[in-house]
Design a protein around this ligand. Structure first.
Ligand code: CAA
Length: 348
């Protein structure tokens, strides 16, 4: 295993830079390569890019769970930061986040997608800590803690007090309001959303979310940062589900409704969407992969907030799975049986 060869910590290592960057131009709807400064023509973006780089030298990653460990890893392996502070409140979560990063990095090294030197540099630049004070002087905090608005409000209140005034906060929330969290940070102008997709190491797109209060330069820095770490940015306002989940989650619910009505089997729904629409995973496979609790949480939050929206509803089979504790991949059973990462036969 390569992880055994990885150093656990060291001083800052060399940084990579590139004169040209790949971005997704929201105005023309395709990837484009250009040198900065660049004019953006979409109504939700500022008109002119005025910065050459994000300027994020030292960043903090708060929360190292399913999404957070991936974000931390991608930022570390991008080579653009002198230091990444990886923070979890409890040692056991810090250790499991560290472990997940090492396992994923191992895979990438094994497959020749990352050199051992780059892997060591990435780990060397990453400091794992349970001390929130270590985030005091970071330029950016990316938060990926559990989707509980009260917990996030408390966290942002603390971060607002601890971090230097210039620190920009970015939440990876998939379904909560960015504006609501920003209000508790004491710096709503320096607050945005950066929504990654699972698995973060492989999925290329990141939704960047602006609120009415987000400073245009802060938004530009967020967009630049996404490019710098090798992802493609898309821009969206602070609306439920942003772009992807607003389309994806109702589709998952509709696929479960077919099950409720006994119109089609789990297998046939997934085969239909894979071969009929070219999706890499069928919707029920994907729901298990995401976690049925996460799907449930997203929709129930929206139902509470937007009771008149007919797209937001909980199918009976989802409710039954939740009540039985069958949450998909993470519990070994959902719409499919699972053995670790490996999907088995449909349950029904
Ligand atoms: N780190 C490093 N490598 C990884 C990895 C990780 N975390 N996860 C998988 N890999 C590697 C595998 O080892 C494999 O490597 P090889 O090809 O060299 O063998 C490679 O990546 C591909 O993986 P798989 O063989 O398992 O399968 P795949 O080709 O089907 O790709 C997938 C997997 C990228 C996940 C693909 O199935 C896919 O795109 N699925 C859809 C995922 C999706 O829709 N995600 C969004 C979920 S919604 C969300 O995240 C938002 C939200 O808020 C709920």
């Amino acid at each position: 295993m390569f992880a055994s060869k990885l150093i656990s910590n060291s001083t800052a290592a060399g940084r990579k830079s590139s004169a040209f960057v790949a971005t997704y131009d929201v105005a023309v709807g395709r990837n484009s390569y250009f040198s900065t400064p660049t004019t953006r023509r979409n109504s939700t973006t500022p008109t002119t890019t005025t910065i050459d780089s994000s300027g994020f030298d030292k960043i903090g990653c708060v929360g190292l769970g399913l999404m957070g460990h991936g974000i931390c890893q991608v930022a570390a392996t991008s080579g653009v930061h002198s230091k990444i502070i990886a923070f979890e409140q409890e040692q056991r979560f810090l250790d499991s986040g560290n472990d997940r990063i090492l396992k994923s990095i191992d895979k990438l090294v094994e497959k020749g997608k990352l050199t051992l030197d780059d892997a060591n540099d990435a780990m060397g630049r990453t400091e794992f800590t349970t001390d929130m004070d270590a985030l005091r002087d970071v330029d950016l905090v990316v938060e990926a803690v559990i989707e509980n608005i009260d917990l996030k409000k408390d966290l942002y209140t603390s971060l607002g007090e601890i971090c230097k005034p210039e620190t920009i906060f970015a939440s990876n929330t998939s379904s909560l309001s960015i504006g609501e969290m920003a209000a508790f940070s004491g710096r709503p102008d320096r607050f945005l959303g950066v929504h990654f997709f699972n698995p973060v190491q492989l999925m290329k797109v990141v939704e960047v979310i602006k609120t009415d209060d987000t400073d245009p330069i802060v938004l530009e820095k967020g967009l630049k940062w996404v490019e710098e770490i090798g992802k493609v940015s898309v821009l969206c306002g602070d609306t439920p589900g942003f772009i992807v989940n607003r389309i994806l989650v109702p589709m998952l619910m509709q696929s479960m409704s077919l099950i409720d009505r006994k119109d089609a089997s789990v297998k046939d729904i997934d085969v239909a969407m894979k071969l009929g629409c070219g999706h890499p995973m069928g919707p029920l496979h994907l729901a298990d992969y995401i976690g049925l609790d996460t799907c449930y949480f997203i929709v129930s939050g929206w139902m509470e907030k937007y009771p008149d929206e007919s797209d937001f509803f909980i199918p009976a089979c989802l409710q039954a799975n939740i009540e039985a504790g069958n949450l998909g991949r993470k519990t070994g059973k959902g719409f499919y049986h699972w053995e670790g990462e490996k999907r088995g036969d449909p349950v029904y």
